[in-house]
Ligand binder design. Structure first.
Ligand code: X5A
Ligand code: ZN
Length: 638
């Protein structure tokens, strides 16, 4: 199953016919240059090329009023003066005699993409379109947008394909208020948007772009707004937003289809966004979305006005859709303080509606709004330049709130020490960077003796001393003093040392441990199969007994003919370049799967019927596979 690229040259026909500095950035070259880059990199050739068709007026009617569609139909016959006058009735809009045709192609391209994915012709795809769609409303053009391409596609997926849960990810740097309005009270469409907001001082200047707009009635909790209150947000901020806001909700929602309102004005260099995210970031974001909905991702171009940045970002996204591994992210990987505030604000606003946000956000009471920098209180992070407000919290409370936030985000505090090394004897052959600390200290003798007693291999002095250092290092990591460490131990004692380290880790602070063993190393016998440890042995023996917590695999690359089951078990890319659907995360802890209803929404009425769709491997997409199915998928080849 491949990747579709939907396009039609006619969409380059519409252009601005008069002087308008606000609108001139939405130009035909946006499409031609992006397409040219795709060709130059051989990416277009790897896609299934589909020529866009026009959406029918009936299809436009899924979202727009008949009067509005008729008005647009009429623009084809207007002269420049009349077009300009009509354009003036809307905010940030220009019409051209070819606008109606282009806009119908743009909506039609989105429909064609959804049809290709939902009929199984392709796994995913991108529609390269103009004009964009996410600002357009039932009876209004807005922000360069004429018909709401993504909203029409979502309605179509519900109506024509019988879908019940669709996720729309709007990573354009403007708030897609059009999409928000259309699905405001609809619990079958989860709409996520991040956008440049600057406390309401950025276009389109709407209060309903803030975190406290969460949807209405039955749709309460299905609108998720993440406003950026400063420019300059970058890779770390975007990834943090996905990890801490979008993905938890998306997993709980369990969509059958992901639509991306793919605006690249959120990328570095764009004059509208003024953000810093590099093109590779969009490959990573795309890859993260591919774990949802069995990888059914339909992206539809929205904004993006820096021609080079736009083109690079489009290439990165298409590469990720094709299954190529993304390039590493560059630049600082620490989110901005303002981004963390926004993330915390939306988490607080959404917590009443989503189980996955509930336990963790219990502690501080936070203002769910970031609307007014002067008038309101930010109990979360006092002292920032934008918070001169009366501070009602004591400093101590604020510190507690802050550290709790940072704990939740697991991004801070960075342990004072980055890396420590525990060696048995200072090996002269080991050349370590000067800032790496050699850990000389040892865990208390008494404790060590108790731990070592059951293990013959630890009776030797050398091994016993090594164990002391290993345990001390482990404790320092678990206490947050050290970020990471390397310990050496004599080979015969390796298994026993690891065994003790695992037991001590689990009995101390660690809830769950991932043990990656490279080479032939036996899994400790007393390791319980209770889900607290996942034993991954690269180039190790097969598990003696069936267990989903024991994965053993040959070294990738060494075994060309590695069996497909092993590849799939690890969620790795198979040789043909397609990603197999990875096992879904979190199956070990039952999830509720539904956001809680708003009080005013009455009894839970959102159904969860069987999905009409199946994954590539024949599993039904929904309800989500239980642990039984996961363990089946982990069964070694017979
Ligand atoms: C689709 C899109 C932006 C409109 C900006 C108006 N529209 N200032 O990016
Ligand atoms: Zn935009």
């Amino acid at each position: 199953m491949g990747t579709a690229l939907v396009y039609h040259e006619d969409m380059t026909a519409a252009r601005l016919l008069w002087d308008d500095p606000e609108c001139e950035i939405e130009c035909p070259e946006r499409l031609t240059i992006a397409l040219e880059r795709l060709r130059q990199r051989g990416l277009e050739q790897r896609c299934l090329r589909l020529a866009a068709r026009e959406a029918s007026e009936e299809e436009l009617g899924l979202v727009h009023s008949p009067e509005y569609v008729a008005l647009l139909r009429g623009t084809q016959a207007l002269g420049t003066g009349e077009l300009q006058a009509l354009s003036g009735q809307y905010d940030a809009i220009y019409f051209h005699p070819s606008t109606f045709h282009c806009a119908r192609l743009a909506a039609g391209a989105a429909l064609q993409l959804v049809d290709a994915v939902l009929t199984g012709a392709v796994q995913n795809g991108l529609a390269l379109v103009r004009p964009p769609g996410h600002h357009s409303q039932r009876a209004a053009a807005n922000g360069f947008c004429v018909f709401n391409n993504v909203a029409i596609a979502a309605k179509h997926a519900k109506q024509k394909h019988g879908l019940h849960r669709i996720l729309i990810v709007d990573w354009d740097i403007h708030h897609g208020q059009g999409i928000q309005y259309i699905f405001e009270d609809d619990p079958s469409v989860l709409y996520f948007s991040w956008h440049r907001y600057e406390h309401g001082r950025f276009w389109p200047y709407l209060q309903e772009s803030d975190t406290d707009a969460v949807g209405q009635g039955q749709g309460c909790g299905f609108t998720v707004n993440l406003p950026w209150n400063q420019v300059g947000m970058g890779n770390a901020d975007y990834v943090a937003a996905f990890l801490h806001v979008l993905l938890p909700l998306a997993f709980e929602f369990d969509p059958e289809l992901v639509l991306v309102a793919a605006g690249f004005d959120s990328a570095v260099g764009d004059p509208e966004g003024q953000m810093q995210a590099t093109p590779e970031c969009f490959a990573h974001l795309t890859q993260l979305l591919q774990v949802l909905a069995c990888g059914r991702v339909c992206a539809v171009l929205e904004g993006g006005y820096h021609l080079e940045s736009l083109s690079q970002s489009v290439c990165m996204m298409v590469q990720a859709l094709l299954g190529d591994p993304p390039l590493p992210l560059s630049g600082p990987m620490e989110p901005h303080r303002s981004a963390l505030e926004s993330i915390q604000s939306v988490r607080a606003a959404q917590a009443p509606h989503w189980m996955s946000l509930q336990q963790q956000d219990a502690a501080p009471v936070l203002s769910p709004s970031t609307r007014s920098p002067e008038g309101s209180i930010s109990p979360l992070l006092p002292g920032g330049p934008e918070f001169k407000a009366p501070v009602v919290q004591t400093e101590a409370q604020a510190v507690v709130a802050l550290s709790s936030l940072l704990d939740q985000l697991r991004l801070y505090p960075t342990p004072p020490l980055r890396t420590a090394v525990a060696l048995t004897e200072l090996d002269a052959a080991l050349v370590l960077p000067p800032d790496v600390l050699h850990w000389e200290r040892s865990a208390p003798q008494k404790e060590m003796q108790a731990w070592a007693r059951p293990h013959e291999a630890l009776a030797q002095d050398k091994s016993f001393n090594a164990l002391g250092k290993v345990l001390y290092l482990l404790d320092s990591i678990l206490d947050g003093q050290v970020s990471s460490g390397i310990a050496a131990t004599p080979a015969p004692a390796a298994a026993a040392t690891l065994d003790v380290a695992i037991q001590r880790g689990l009995s101390h602070r660690a809830q769950r441990l991932l043990c990656v063993a490279v080479g032939q190393l036996d899994r400790p016998l007393d390791l319980a199969d209770d889900g607290r440890t996942l034993w991954l042995n690269i180039r190790g023996k097969e598990a003696a007994a069936l267990s989903m917590f024991h994965v053993s695999t040959p070294l990738p690359g060494l075994l060309k003919g590695c069996d497909p089951v092993t590849w799939r078990r690890l969620g790795w890319t198979s040789q043909n370049g397609h990603r197999d659907p990875a096992p879904r995360a979190g199956v070990n802890r039952p999830r509720t799967g539904r956001p809680r209803q708003c009080p005013e929404a009455g009894p839970a009425s959102t159904r969860r019927p069987e999905s009409p769709l199946a994954c590539a491997d024949g599993r039904p997409c929904s309800p989500r596979p239980g642990s039984k199915q996961l363990s089946e998928s982990l069964t070694p080849p017979s």
